[in-house]
Structures are given as structure tokens and as C-alpha cells.
Design a protein around this ligand. Sequence first.
Ligand SMILES: Cc1cc2nc3c(=O)[nH]c(=O)nc-3n(C[C@H](O)[C@H](O)[C@H](O)COP(=O)(O)OP(=O)(O)OC[C@H]3O[C@@H](n4cnc5c(N)ncnc54)[C@H](O)[C@@H]3O)c2cc1C
Length: 538
Amino acid sequence: MTALLDRQELLARLQSQSQSQSQSQSHSSWDLVVIGGGATGLGTALDAAVRGLRVALVEAMDFAQGTSSRATKLAHGGVRYLAQGDIGLVREALHERAAMLANAPHVAQRLPFVMPGYHWWERGFYGAGLKAYDALAGRQGLGGTEWLSTRRTLELLPGVNPSGLWGGVRYWDGQFDDARLALLLARTAIARGAVVLNHVAAESLLHSEGKVQGVQVRCQESGVAITLHSRCVVNATGVWVDAVRNMDLGAAPHRPMVAPSQGVHLVVDRAFLPGQHALLVPKTQDGRVLFAVPWLGKTILGTTDTPRTDVPREPVAFADEVAFILGESARYLARAPQRSDVRSVWVGLRPLVKPAEGGDDAGGTQALSREHTVRLAPSGLVTVTGGKWTTYRAMAEDVLARCMAAGLLPQRAGGVTVHLPLLGAAPGRPLTEPPGEHLYGSEAGVLRALPGAQRWLWRDAESGKGGLSEAMVRFAVRHEMARKLEDVLARRCRLLFLDAAEAARQASAVAEIMAEELGHEVDTAPFLALAAQYQRLP
Ligand SMILES: Cc1cc2nc3c(=O)[nH]c(=O)nc-3n(C[C@H](O)[C@H](O)[C@H](O)COP(=O)(O)OP(=O)(O)OC[C@H]3O[C@@H](n4cnc5c(N)ncnc54)[C@H](O)[C@@H]3O)c2cc1C
């Protein structure tokens, strides 16, 4: 299965299939139009395409440019939910964790975690909880929980603060490259017949007799407007769902569905957390969770949970969030990271869902998970948001079941993506290592055949391995629909997230290669401004 499709070709397909509707007028050209190309929308488009439906997806910016590239990158059941007694939710997420790791082993893998104990009771207490976590995972467990002596804890987690350490607990979860997984979902959906496009925004909804009949979209590059007539429209725009809901029937604004919550990550060198294990502190001094996770040759520290009332595209960290992460890291790491050690700071917005009230769109369902919500408006607009990356596939099944139950889509059996390898699926090297060819899985051969496979623009300085090659930039444009400098440096290659100053240094070299591939100049200024933001601590 390949999906080495050209974006121009996809745009032409979107136009021609939509025009055939205006000529026939008798039936919609699309069964389903999905608005939003993050984990939720892409998962939904893929699932529907595999079921044989005619599917189009439009993403206003780039795939995963919203929340889906800014996660902690853990494929997890949620130890926190277990503590809250939410067994069903944990079991579902553990099932989804297994599916993700099996279907995309080149970008999603198991990862051992150590919880260090600093009180005599912690090791026993947390270990018992994690044994229950193992039991819930059953045969889908990734490795058994173990109680660790102080000596063994220091061996596995050489970067941990030894002072006052009372042993620890080791357990297993998963980690992934969120933006690359999103790209694989998009490209696999295309290979299955869907038309999936980035840089195409939904501008308005089409209605007929009070019902949603399609979407008016506009290509952000060419300015071309296209009318998509569809039986069913799914709004999967994450924290932005309320803006799309407000397009519905042009009526008075709906009561907001989402209460955004901001999460900040700081990236520092691997030297702060050597070894192959992640560190989890389940309860910091003020009762929060702290992660230090080895990822693509660096260490991710995070995160926070700060309510916001606005939904900016590029949220900025607050000073107290940075102080919390650095302060707590200093307590648990032997070498305390300083502000000057931070290589990149990135911020995501969680789409937390407010409970439904009676009125315009009552009837919220949380059929599979208390974390995500599907709402069907009287117009037939279906909105799905909340949840987490790990459960994107279950969310897709849930939203399609809801569309079918409402008669918006023809009945087709579900469960088709549980065992569906994504493009390039092949066992890869650990995701703790710097980015490299291993992230391309079985498509590495295609990458190697491109000009510049041996020309490294950037090499990981700490390990001397991996990095960004000229061929990776060409692959991003030819096969992964990269259009802007940021598309390459933030999401196809994760350099902006790993080391923002280095990403800025690579901007002009990458722009030159992209210009050759695209046949036009590529502006570096917007990316340089963004890279400056990712380097700046409040
Ligand atoms: C700090 C943080 C850490 C997290 N860590 C984890 C973790 O470790 N593991 C985990 O499982 N989950 C994690 N999550 C949760 C997970 O990242 C989100 O649940 C998930 O990414 C949400 O995906 P989404 O597709 O719903 O939203 P998004 O990814 O935001 O996608 C919505 C898309 O809609 C597009 N859009 C908006 N308006 C329009 C329009 N008019 N037309 C077309 N497109 C439009 C946007 O550009 C955007 O790309 C974390 C979240 C945060 C914030």
C-alpha cells in the first residue's frame, strides 16, 4: 500500500468530485466531510474510508498543527484515572494503546517508567496501584510492574536525585511521535481512497431546510473556494469546535462546549535524564503530576494544566508554569535544569468538554469514554472533541456509530482499524534516540532513493546520530504534503520542538531545498518568528 500522492492532485480531486454534484444535483458527492486534521479528525476520516465511504477532510493549517503535535507523546491508559477509580476509561485506553503500538511500531513504542519514592510508603502504595494497571491491561500489558531497591532505581534512572530516595517502582507504558503519527493517519486514509488536505479551511456550512448539507472551504494557498456537498459533516476541530458550531445556521452563538486548558513542555538535553527510562512523579508538592521523558534524543519536562478563556493558535507559556516545571524538576533530578538549559518551550491546549445542558444541542454522549464527547445538533452537525491522543481510534468509532445511528451515514460494520497497519509499519529503533531514518519504517527505502540521503543538514550533537537530511526535506514535500517551512521543521522533522535555536539555524537551507521541490520561493520570516517564540521563556 502506498500513498505517495501529490497535493495538487488531491486538490483537483476535491474540486472535480465536488463539481460532479453541482451537475447532477441528485445526491451528495461526499458521504462524509470532516473538518479538522488533528488526531480526532484524521482517525475519523481513516476509519470511514476503510469502511468504503466517500470521505473528504480539510485542515485549515497543517496536519496536527493544533493540539495533536503538542502532547507529552505518551500512549497510556492514564494511571491518574485509575486513582480516580475510572476503570472503564483506563481499560479502553489500554486497549487503544496496544492497537497504536501494533499498527505503527516505527513511531509508537513501549517505554519503561520509574516512579522514584521519597517516603517509605510510596513504593508500596504506587506499586500496588500499578499492579492493578497491569491487571487491567491483561494480555495487552507491555511489561510487569516491579518494585525497585534504591540501588536499582539509581541504576535505571541515573539522573534522579539520590538524596532521600526510598527505592522506586518500574512500570510500562507507550510513547510516540504525535505529529508523524498524524501524518501516517492522513496518508493511510488517502491510500484508502479519502481526499485529505492541509491548508484548506472550512469557512461556512451549507444548509437546506434547516439541515447541514455540506461545507464551503477555501484553499489557503490559492484562495480557491470549493463547495463540498455531503450527507454528513463532522466537526473535529479540537479547542476550536465552538467556532464551527457557531457557523451552524448562523443563529445566536451556542453555549461553548470547550473549556481549554493549557499545558506547557520544556525540552532539555538527554544529559539531564540519561538511560532509557522515563521519570514520573505522581504527586508533586502541590499535588500535580510531573514527567521527564526521553524523546528523540532530548528530555521532555512537563506539564501544566492552566485554564484559559481564549484559544490562540500559538499559546505562550505563563511565567508560573515555567517556574513550576523547572522548580519540580530541580527537586527530582540530580542536576537541576536552569532556564538557560531549555532548548524549546511549546504549549498545547486541551479541549476539555463542559457538561451538556438542555437546549439547542442537548444529548451529549460519552458512550465509550467519559473523556470525549459527541454531540449531534438539530441541524445534523456532528461535533466530537475531548478525549486524548491514545484513544483517537475509539473516538472515531464512536463518532461514526453516532452518525450511522442518526441516519447521516449508511450502516457499515466497525472495528476495521483495530488491526490496520499504517503506512511504513515496521519495527523501528527506540523513540528515545534522535530522529532519523528509523521513523520512516518500511518507507526508508523511498527516502534513501531521494537526492541528498547522505547529506545531513543537522546532526544530533550529543549522540552524533540521526538528524535531518536533505532527502527528508524532499520526502516531506513530495510525499507528506509539506508546504511551509514550519510544516517541515516542526512536524515532519521535530527540530523546532527539540531545539528551537537549531531549527532557526537550519531555516534557510531547508527553505532552499523546499523551493526546488515546490518550484517557488519559501518565506523564512514567519518560521524565524515562531522559532524565536519557542526559545523565549517568560
Ligand atoms: C499539554 C498536553 C499534553 C497531552 N499529552 C497527551 C499524551 O501524552 N497522551 C495522550 O494520549 N494525549 C495527550 N494530550 C491530549 C491530545 O493531545 C489531544 O486530546 C488531541 O491531540 C486532540 O486532537 P484533536 O484532533 O481533537 O484536536 P487538534 O489536534 O487541535 O485538531 C483540530 C484541528 O482542527 C483544525 N481546524 C480548526 N478550525 C478549522 C477550520 N475552520 N477548518 C479546518 N480545520 C480547522 C485545527 O487547525 C487543528 O489542526 C495532551 C494534550 C495537551 C494539551
